[in-house]
Design a protein around this ligand. Structure first.
Ligand SMILES: [Zn+2]
Length: 105
């Protein structure tokens, strides 16, 4: 897996739990900039859905249990968000998702 570096200060971006931070210690902000490109957006959504499909399957089969337990529901929601951020990190590193101020080497 390639590493990510800040374009402003050149520091390596430390990924916590697979999640890419929103900004660098030097103040540079990391924002998605190719979201308006239709082709890239479609590729992003398809890859996201593919990578997150195991989670959807779990939710589908566990929906009865989830309905009965608010705590489990909350845990699943958090798992979803974490999973989403991790997939986002993967997309950045394979170059599908372009982020401002991030250089991949
Ligand atoms: Zn920086």
């Amino acid at each position: 897996m390639k590493k990510m570096y800040c374009m402003k200060c050149g520091l390596e971006i430390h990924v916590k739990f697979g999640m890419v931070p929103n900004s660098c210690a030097c103040g540079a902000e990391f924002r998605e900039w190719n979201k308006d490109t239709v082709k890239n957006t479609v590729v992003c959504i398809i890859t996201l859905l593919l990578l997150m499909s195991p989670l959807f399957v779990i939710v589908f089969f566990a929906r009865k249990i989830l309905q009965d337990s608010m705590l489990l529901y909350a845990i699943m929601l958090v798992a979803f968000i974490i999973c989403f951020r991790q997939v986002e990190g993967i997309l950045i590193r394979i170059g599908i998702l372009k982020i401002n101020n991030i250089e991949i080497r």
